[in-house]
Ligand binder design. Sequence first.
Ligand code: HEC
Length: 139
Amino acid sequence: MPKYVSSLLVALGVVSLPVYADVASAQKLADKYATFAKNINPDYTPSAEAGKAFFNRKILVRGKEVSCSSCHTENPAAEGRHITTKKPIKPLAPSVNTARFSNLDKVETNFEKHCYEVIGRDCTAAEKADYITYLLTVK
Ligand code: HEC
């Protein structure tokens, strides 16, 4: 298959990204979500600041304040800890954990699960793009 055809299929989400474990694949995923977000809102531009605010925003869930940082900690480059099971969670920042955001299926599954847990719905493409954009700034 010519390269442009395979990149087009990846861009369209027809095939998932190959599992390259590096920062570039996280950037590609951020770009992909940003493309979806732009289709919904042409004025959208990815924002690390919005991603950081989203990451730390506390929401009341069943009487408890929860945020993405509750388990992933306020420093995405650090090891996290699950608030219920107390199990350690590997850092989310691709700069320290290159396996992060390299497998689209895994990323989508986790986004869906944790977004429902914390905000009661799946995150939007814009929230996902901002989130990864923020994580890419964490060294
Ligand atoms: C209750 C604890 C908990 C909370 C709260 C939480 N997460 Fe997670 N998160 C986890 C665990 C556990 C994993 C998977 C562990 C692993 O892969 O090492 C994970 C992994 C992820 C991944 C996978 C990244 C990858 O490529 O491997 C994404 C994306 C993610 N979380 C997004 C979020 C978002 C967005 C929020 C806030 C809306 C959030 N998480 C809140 C526990 C949590």
